[in-house]
Design a protein around this ligand. Structure first.
Ligand SMILES: Cc1ncc(COP(=O)(O)O)c(C=O)c1O
Length: 426
């Protein structure tokens, strides 16, 4: 049945629509941190950050059904829920964040942020790291493609993402290494200035999630923000991955010591309902609105607001920020112990419940081993645990479970992890 579904899927969606795992998984139901396949087999979900308050969350499902049964229209009417949700969202940020533009996807929210910065500064250039992902439209994917084809994207400049493990210059302490990366950022700024684009903004994920969660040298991020502001640009924090308590704090930028001018968030906000947002000062938001008359058919709807409130209620009432910090620390410590005994685990790193385990060649000098990461995730699945791989070399086992993970799930995961280590090393 799963095989014929796969063949139908290829026809219906077109080949090339990616599936996880060498043997794809046919899931039919989710509950909390658990997923169930078509044969009734149970899996611990260590991958999905979108259902942050759990698969099939009852409070979210009830809020969604009740609002849809009462009213769901676009944003051009007065509606208490939309206003109170925007007020609540901005209040979760630092004082300089005052107003919100609510969208459906993270990509749209990034586009809004880029437009906001371009309108405010009168310049076009945006800076990103060389191994990032911020979204899939032509304007936003340019932030990723510019590293590979810089000539095609004159409004974008990239710089090497900051990291301790494979530094751009060897033999430097953490602060000197941060300065070396700041020199690279300064070069990106110069490139935009000399091309005439000028610097509108830098966009940064504060934990460099898509870059593979590197340990970031010194206080690189805070200093990078200062450098870009000195060049007249704004600082956009992409909190689509790092935000909503993933790190144990509401926002990733709280960990890295800077306050963004604009923040973008998405994935977990609606627990699966498309809900994303760009927040900034009232002045930045109003200049953007004045210039663009932005409208998004499904954005800022009563349905999004009802679900958005329910998700924040769950996070706050269940104290998820604290449990994420505690469980994440325990999990990382346990994985570090295992890495010390295993020659092909090159590094374990992360924040809260976002952890990366780097797979390398056992003999080499941290030579990335993406095939080991694929084998590991396949074997973990056979042990009843879902994870994936990511990072600049696709060799990092990516662990990013729903925030409602419990100690018992963490223990089950570690037992499965040990079983896979045993299978591979004998
Ligand atoms: C850091 C980051 N920003 C933005 C996006 C785009 O979000 P969406 O897929 O909702 O458009 C993603 C998606 O993976 C992301 O990881």
């Amino acid at each position: 049945m799963s095989q014929s579904l796969q063949a139908r899927r290829e026809r219906a969606l077109g080949a090339g629509s990616q599936l996880f795992y060498t043997e794809p998984l046919h899931i039919v139901r989710g509950e909390g941190v658990e997923l169930f396949d078509a044969d009734g087999r149970r899996y611990i979900d260590m991958y999905n950050n979108v259902p942050c308050v759990g698969h099939g969350n009852a409070r979210v499902a009830e809020a969604m059904a009740a609002q849809q049964a009462t009213l769901n229209v676009h944003s051009r009417y007065l509606h208490e829920g939309i206003v109170s949700f925007a007020e609540r969202l901005v209040a979760l940020h630092h004082d300089g964040i005052e107003s919100a533009v609510i969208t459906c996807t993270g990509t749209e929210a990034v586009e809004v942020a880029m437009a906001m910065a371009r309108i405010a500064t009168g310049r076009r250039g945006v800076i990103a790291t060389n191994a990032t992902y911020h979204g899939n439209t032509e304007a936003v994917i340019a932030l990723r493609r510019a590293a590979m084809r810089p000539d095609e994207h004159p409004d974008v400049a990239t710089f090497p993402y900051p990291q301790q493990l494979r530094p751009i210059r060897a033999g430097l302490d953490s602060h000197a290494l941060a300065d070396a990366y700041l020199d690279e950022l300064a070069t990106a700024i110069e490139r935009l200035e000399s091309s005439g684009a000028g610097v509108a903004a830098v966009i940064l994920c504060s934990i460099q999630a898509n870059e593979g969660l590197p340990d970031i040298p010194g206080d690189f991020i805070a200093k990078a923000a200062d450098l870009v502001r000195a060049a007249g640009g704004l600082v956009i924090a992409d909190e689509v991955q790092a935000g909503y308590c993933r790190t144990g704090r509401w926002w990733g930028y709280e960990l890295t010591g800077f306050e963004p001018d604009i923040a973008v968030m998405g994935k977990p906000m609606g627990n699966g309902l498309p809900l994303a947002a760009t927040v900034a000062s009232r002045d930045l938001v109003e200049r953007f609105r004045g210039e663009t008359r932005y409208f998004n058919t499904y954005g800022a709807s009563p349905l999004q607001a009802a679900v958005g409130h329910a998700v924040i209620d769950e996070i706050e009432e269940r104290g998820l920020a604290a449990s994420v910090a505690e469980l994440g620390f325990g999990l990382r410590t346990a994985l570090v112990e295992r890495a010390e005994r295993c020659p092909w685990i090159g590094d374990v790193r992360g924040h809260g419940l976002y952890i990366g385990v780097e797979m390398v060649e056992p003999e080499g000098e941290l030579v990335p081993d993406p095939s080991r990461a694929v084998e590991f995730t396949d074997r973990l699945k056979d042990q009843g645990v879902l994870a994936s791989n990511a990072g600049a070399f696709a060799n990092v086992l990516k662990l990013r479970p729903p925030l409602v993970l419990q100690q018992s799930h963490a223990e089950e995961f570690l037992a499965a992890f040990d079983a896979v280590l045993q299978e591979i090393d004998g």
